[in-house]
Design a protein around this ligand. Structure first.
Ligand SMILES: C[S@@+](CC[C@H](N)C(=O)[O-])C[C@H]1O[C@@H](n2cnc3c(N)ncnc32)[C@H](O)[C@@H]1O
Length: 184
């Protein structure tokens, strides 16, 4: 059990969205079908304690830049203490601000956006504005990967992305659906 994760869950259940970090099985489903090696810019939203971040860094190319965006100050500090890598930029910010963070690093758009945000817990306006921002900041051939504990997000994602592919894993607490979305 990750103590920091459980503590942050108790502090803000809706924002953290889960009692424990995601499993290695969910991580594999999130990362296996996207071209992490060739991406110029990857953005991760809602890294928590960094269970996906660690694997993204292992799999990304030597020239890939990674922006990690976490709203929670304790998770942000935990990641800053744990990850020291010249291509990894750990920001305490909201997912809504990825446009600014992308431009600050000298990029127009990201090739891949990987999200653990608990969209189902967000008010519809926030959910829609984050998804719109994600789409606007993704290259035309880019991929957006998001997990959720239900199928509720499917309709929302289909309204914004041309293609939405679904995967499922029972080997996570709770079992999870992985949505891989493309603009074209
Ligand atoms: C379900 S946890 C996922 C953590 C980790 N990626 C995992 O899979 O175990 C969701 C994370 O999203 C973060 N979060 C919630 N709202 C956010 C926002 N608007 N912008 C950035 N991060 C946010 C929470 O603080 C939390 O770390």
């Amino acid at each position: 059990m990750s103590k920091i994760f459980f503590k942050q869950f108790l502090n803000d259940k809706k924002m953290v969205g889960s009692i424990v970090p995601s499993s290695k099985f969910l991580c594999a489903k999130m990362l296996n079908n996207i071209p992490l090696k060739s991406a110029k810019l990857i953005i991760e939203l809602g890294p928590g304690t960094g269970c996906f971040t660690k694997k993204i860094i292992e799999k990304m190319g030597s020239n890939t830049q990674l922006i990690v965006v976490e709203l929670n100050s304790d998770f942000h500090q935990h990641l800053k203490d744990k990850i020291i890598h010249s291509n990894v930029h750990i920001k305490q910010d909201s997912a809504n601000n990825i446009g600014i963070l992308t431009k600050q690093l000298g990029f127009e758009k990201a090739d891949i956006i990987i999200s653990s945000l608990p969209l189902a817990n967000f008010p519809p306006e926030l959910r829609n504005s984050i998804l719109k921002t994600v789409s606007e900041n993704l290259t035309d051939n880019g991929s957006f990967v998001q997990f959720q504990y239900s199928l509720n997000a499917y309709k929302n994602l289909k309204e914004i992305f041309h293609s939405v592919k679904l995967q499922f894993t029972a080997l996570n607490f709770p079992p999870a659906f992985v949505y891989t979305c493309k603009k074209s």
